[in-house]
Design a protein around this ligand. Structure first.
Ligand code: ADP
Length: 414
């Protein structure tokens, strides 16, 4: 079945067309047919980027510049691109049978991926308040796709739902309980599709089911989060009520004493909105280094002797290590530590720096294995390491496509 995976943001719409069915899933042989992204939506300078197989081996990359203002135009441009670059796979739009929508926040209502009935869409509308920066855009993508591809079945896959298995002692904050009852203020956690995929792949590689392991999954990208996965279920994760909490990230501060924020409010000319922007967009690696939020640039600057780049990287690694230690305690020991996300998959030095401080907990990195593991599934710990450490490149789109297929066919979701 051809599934279109849609990830609609404020100015970017990412998509992949994936061919999957139960047999392909069993063989881990689902096919990514092409990727289409619309960048700078809502401006006259929008660009449609297509990555499709060419007539010659390898992938063809095409850039089409045209103004795209509305979500409908973006979905139309995406569909047109698939139809024109995949003539052998798609005879018409009706060949796209399922659409998997990435939805950031599912609140407490959505414990799992689900077909988007009217009632489900109404419930997602009600969670907009919890994720005002993301859910409205996700929904715009849904309405546009529903209008343009009405024959297809639409499925919502939530970033939060994997973490709905957390117990109350992990998801509640030490605020008056009333605020949980009144406003549902609690830890939700995000990147759930990534943590779920990484833990699933580790088990599959070892010929087991996820239930066999206690795992710590580290999604380190622009946004970063860790997850403690006990027998396939998230029991704790570092992001909280919003994606701001937890690790130091590209531009987000992660954990901070809320009183420090009040102090800034009292002493700087900044209002609540400005503060929100400061914490989400001007902090983290960028705010500490004063140079960049991009780990590659910071590693280069550190090599050239920049003290602030080194400080930001040290803080990043220390915070990640501290969370790994606390999740070892939360899990009462763990069977493996897994790295994914842009930094986790591609940066041997960062993985090394995080794990160097874990020798006392039985973690030992093999320098050569680590250096060779770039964007591939590989063990990076020594044979003697008490806790194995692996790189597992994440693939959220694939999991969204598989969930979409399973929801459409009425198959159980693992
Ligand atoms: P997002 O969270 O937006 O999906 P990614 O998972 O793509 O982001 O991660 C982006 C981060 O990955 C950036 O900080 C980038 O510098 C980092 N990154 C990508 N490749 C490398 C690399 N080779 N070495 C170090 N960092 C890398």
């Amino acid at each position: 079945m051809k599934i279109l995976v849609l990830n609609f943001g404020s100015s970017t719409a990412k998509s992949q067309l994936i061919d999957t069915d139960p047999e392909l899933i069993a063989r881990n042989n689902d096919r990514l047919l092409a990727k289409v992204t619309v960048d700078r939506m809502g401006t006259p300078y929008s660009v449609v980027n297509v990555q499709a197989p060419g007539k010659t081996p390898g992938k063809k990359r095409i850039k089409i510049s045209k103004p795209i203002y509305k979500a409908e135009d973006a979905v139309q441009a995406i569909t047109d691109a698939y139809l024109s670059y995949l003539p052998d796979e798609l005879r018409g739009p009706e060949d796209i049978e399922g659409i998997g929508h990435r939805v950031v926040h599912g609140g407490e209502r959505f414990q799992t991926s689900t077909i988007m009935t009217e009632e489900v869409v109404d419930d997602i509308e009600e969670t907009v308040d919890l994720a005002p920066l993301h859910n409205p855009h996700n929904l715009k993508g849904y309405y546009a796709a529903k209008a343009l591809l009405p024959h297809a079945r639409h499925v919502a896959v939530f970033d939060t739902s994997f973490h709905q298995s957390m117990p109350p002692h992990a998801y509640l904050y030490g605020l008056p309980y009333l605020y949980y009852e009144r406003y549902r203020i609690r830890r939700y956690g995000f990147h759930g599709t990534s943590h779920r995929y990484i833990s699933y792949r580790y088990a599959r590689i070892h010929g087991q089911t996820r239930e066999a392991y206690k795992l710590i999954t580290c999604h380190l990208g622009n946004g970063c989060s860790l997850c403690a996965v006990d027998q396939g279920r998230s029991i704790d994760t570092s992001m909280g009520f919003t994606p701001l909490e937890g690790l130091l990230m590209g531009t987000r501060c992660g954990d901070v004493d809320p009183m420090a924020v009040f102090y800034v409010l009292a002493h700087e000319e900044v209002d609540a909105q400005g503060l929100e922007s400061l914490l989400n967009r001007m902090s983290g690696l960028y705010g500490v280094s004063g140079i960049s939020s991009d780990m590659r640039i910071l590693l280069e600057e550190m090599a050239k002797g920049s003290g602030r780049a080194k400080l930001a990287i040290d803080m990043f690694c220390y915070r990640a290590r501290k969370y790994i230690g606390s999740y070892m305690a939360a899990l009462n020991g763990c069977d493996a530590i897994l790295f994914g996300g842009g930094i986790g998959e591609n940066s041997p030095p960062v993985r090394q720096m995080i794990c160097d401080g874990l020798k006392g907990l039985g973690v030992e990195i093999d320098a050569e294995r680590n250096a060779n593991a770039i964007g591939i599934e590989a063990q990076i710990s020594t044979e003697n390491s008490r806790t194995p450490v692996w790189v597992i490149p994440t693939n959220e789109e694939l999991l969204i496509a598989r969930d979409t297929l399973r929801c459409i066919l009425g198959l159980p979701l693992p």
